[in-house]
Design a protein around this ligand. Sequence first.
Ligand SMILES: CC[C@H](C(=O)O)C(=O)SCCNC(=O)CCNC(=O)[C@H](O)C(C)(C)COP(=O)(O)OP(=O)(O)OC[C@H]1O[C@@H](n2cnc3c(N)ncnc32)[C@H](O)[C@@H]1OP(=O)(O)O
Ligand SMILES: [Co+2]
Length: 134
Amino acid sequence: MIGRLNHVAIAVPDLLAGVAVYRDTLGANVSQPQPLPEHGVTVVFIELPNTKIELLEPLGENSPIAAFLEKNPAGGMHHICYEVEDIVAAKARLKTQGARVLGDGEPKTGAHGKPVLFLHPKDFTGTLVELEQV
Ligand SMILES: CC[C@H](C(=O)O)C(=O)SCCNC(=O)CCNC(=O)[C@H](O)C(C)(C)COP(=O)(O)OP(=O)(O)OC[C@H]1O[C@@H](n2cnc3c(N)ncnc32)[C@H](O)[C@@H]1OP(=O)(O)O
Ligand SMILES: [Co+2]
């Protein structure tokens, strides 16, 4: 069901400091910050030859990454995003297998303008999983 690795996301307490690490220290191309108020985060993407890295900073009072950063104040790997061809079919398959789809269970529009869903980390070997329809 899952296809290519779309991105690996890293939550950071200070987005501009994270940008400096990837742009200046590691010599990567980093996008402009993109606020996503409906997701409670501001993101940048780092384009690598074979995938992307997403840096996430909390935005607003109810950010879904706030508790994670309290537990990991220096930041850390937050989620992994796999591509799927049909997100509604993927959701149906996962639900029959007992996996928890987060939020209200309906796909939302992600940072790339495509439908996304999140799956509970406790059902996926301790890793928060994002699915993106491509
Ligand atoms: C969509 C836009 C953009 C894009 O790529 O296009 C993004 O990626 S936005 C990314 C930010 N959005 C989300 O993360 C949405 C989905 N996340 C959630 O719904 C919550 O963060 C959730 C449910 C994963 C955790 O919620 P909360 O932090 O309130 O709950 P707990 O702290 O009680 O956590 C429960 C349990 O899970 C463990 N946990 C939490 N987050 C992670 C994580 N990122 N990776 C691994 N494990 C995680 C946490 O430690 C708790 O474990 P416990 O043993 O009970 O202590
Ligand atoms: Co993501």
